[in-house]
Design a protein around this ligand. Sequence first.
Ligand SMILES: [Zn+2]
Length: 159
Amino acid sequence: MTTGFELRETSGKGEGIFATKSFKVGDIVMTGVIEKMLNGNHSHASQVGENEYALHAGLIIKVNHSCGPNCGISINVTGAHDFVAMNDISVNEEITFDYAMRNYKIDYFPVKCMCGSIKCRDKVTGWQGLSSEKKREYEGFVALYLLEIDKAGYSQDIK
Ligand SMILES: [Zn+2]
């Protein structure tokens, strides 16, 4: 069985992950496996809990951000992030997700977003920086602790 995705060179954004088969809404596009837990946030870290960061194994860490992504996040039984199709994805389409679906704050990316989406927010922001409209649009496709942080209402002082 093929995985359905591969690493390729994008036009202008460095490497990215591209679909080698088509996916339907709700399909798991990439299955997350945690390689190791980390002591803090870094450029390839995934936030997996309020103050927990992990490094995912394999090509998942190469998936580029988009402000108009075709994938969202679902936490699997191992606590890792699966990437689930939010739209139908066709062969050769770049697989993208929104970093804000995973990280409350973004510390390690350039201020200017290069995603090229018509929905581009111009800046790569974390969950903290999303409008409530955008948060609703992503409902069901984000890491759950982000919602818990919101609910707890201490978004102002979390590090
Ligand atoms: Zn963007």
